[in-house]
Write a protein that binds this ligand. Structure first.
Ligand code: CP
Ligand code: NVA
Length: 306
């Protein structure tokens, strides 16, 4: 493993290795065990979009591993004024030991990895959000006692979260049903890749326009904003298109009795999820947010330590 660009690029073993280490790092932190495998190392964090969790968890995580993190807003670095990815990748590779990047085009992240000589971690693109889904599987295991042989239902936009969930589920052998409105379904190439991986692990992948069908019998119900970063101009149109896709009591009631609710956050109560679900006893959103820290520390340790 040289980079984390998408979960599709990793093997099942590599994903399991990250999740095993994340679990250990979490318990070490809670037990006060200090281990600094990234002492003296620096992570650059390029952000072309806003962030609360990703920014803070990477920065804190890097500190806990003994290294430090530099926040690089694309508004402030020359990349935002048109300097090429080629030059940026080459220059930053001379100073840094790794880069986390949050941006729009997946191809920019791939190019950074292609032209640079240090590990690149995808901190969200329009296409995927692999760090989030690693934290999600860590959370699922904490609540369900296993990371395969489960059914996930994702209700909502066929976006970066849906795509990484498809990739992660396919690799780990988790059944997944994704329900999205017509015109907001998942990227076809992502679906084809995930179906290909699923053949090897036995995961069942179902795409539907019916939220009820997706949620029926699920162990985990996940949703995300109807309007991702960069789509603000489409907000009203999207709210209309997603009517009937809110995770509310009635819909959640179709899942298993002990089902959990997850959301990567930020959440918009009253839109993609009802308040009594996201703030109810079945919601594990803050454990999920916490696990970003542990999962990403595992990724950084595996990619950046000697
Ligand atoms: N879930 C997530 O990536 O949150 P941020 O946008 O706050 O980083
Ligand atoms: N789908 C959302 C996820 C935010 C963490 C977005 O891209 O804005």
């Amino acid at each position: 493993m040289k980079h984390l660009l998408t979960l599709h690029d990793l093997t099942t073993e590599e994903i399991n290795q990250i999740l095993d280490l994340a679990k250990k790092l979490k318990s070490d932190l809670k037990n006060g065990v200090v281990n600094e495998p990234l002492k003296g190392k620096t992570l650059g964090m390029i952000f072309s979009k806003s962030s609360t969790r990703t920014r803070v968890s990477f920065e804190v995580g890097m500190g806990q591993l003994g290294g430090r993190a530099l926040f690089l807003s694309s508004n402030d670095i020359q990349l935002g004024r048109g300097e090429s990815i080629y030059d940026t990748a080459n220059v930053l590779s001379r100073y840094l030991d790794g880069i986390m990047i949050r941006t729009y085009a997946q191809s920019d992240v791939e190019d950074l990895a292609k032209y640079g000589s240090i590990p690149i971690i995808n901190g969200l693109t329009d296409l995927v959000h692999p760090c989030q889904i690693l934290a999600d599987f860590q959370t699922i295991e904490e609540y369900k006692g296993k990371r395969s042989g489960l059914k996930i239902a994702y209700v909502g936009d066929g976006n970066n979260i849906a795509h990484s969930l498809l990739y992660g589920s396919a690799k780990l052998g988790v059944d997944i049903s994704v329900a999205s409105p017509e015109n907001y379904t998942c990227n076809e190439e992502v679906v084809a890749n995930a179906k290909d991986d699923a053949k090897k692990t036995g995961a069942e992948i179902i795409l539907t326009n019916d939220p009820k069908e997706a949620v029926k019998g699920a162990d985990v119900v996940i949703t995300d904003t109807w309007c991702s970063m960069g789509q603000d101009a489409e907000k009203q149109e999207r709210i209309k298109a997603f009517q009937g896709f809110q995770v509310d009591k009635k819909l959640f009631g179709l899942a298993k009795d002990d089902a959990i609710f997850m959301h990567c956050l930020p959440a918009y109560r009253g839109y993609e999820v009802a308040e009594d679900i996201i703030d109810g006893p079945m919601s594990v959103i803050f454990d999920e947010a916490e696990n970003r820290l542990h999962a990403q520390k595992a990724v950084m340790q595996l990619l950046m330590s000697e």
